[in-house]
Ligand binder design. Sequence first.
Ligand code: XMP
Ligand code: MG
Length: 181
Amino acid sequence: MADIRIHDKRFTPFITATEIEQRVRALAALINTDYAGKNPLLIGILNGSFIFAADLFRGLTIEAEISFIKLASYKGTSSSGHVVTAIGLEEELHGRHVIIVEDIIDTGKTLHSFLPGLQQRQPASVKIAAFLSKPGALQYDVRADYVAFEIANKFVVGYGLDYDGHGRNYPDLYRLKDADF
Ligand code: XMP
Ligand code: MG
């Protein structure tokens, strides 16, 4: 596979579509076991998670539902000084088994700010499925329960992830070339 160029940066092949497919199937199999009979509600965080969420959801053979939200982040008055609200979350969450579907957990700030508001809606349980996590970048106490790949602290694109809006459509995952750091 060849390098790709997006805007001013070069990216090099990192994880193939075949490897991604295998890992996402494996996560779906775990969820099939863990949530049988529980009708989980998957909530995909837009935009980055839409491809991962679609593939994960197609791998489910149990009864399950899916919805998508956007997160709006602003400086608020909470103790953290950072509030994240969900746009488009219309489902009743009370008593539901919720699985948040994220493209990547980087510092963990986004989910750390969002989860308390979610808990206020009294779901029966909340777990996190992340396509990627960067343990080396984590700054908040957020741990994904289902992770397809743990990766080094490098910027990646493809499979839904973008660099300035571009690159989401590549079926493989690419990482920023070291020379461009
Ligand atoms: P935090 O730090 O809140 O960040 O966990 C999560 C969000 O940051 C974006 N992000 C990336 N996007 N390639 C991307 O395309 C990356 O390597 C990357 N690292 C972080 C992403 O939007 C994610 O939801
Ligand atoms: Mg994102």
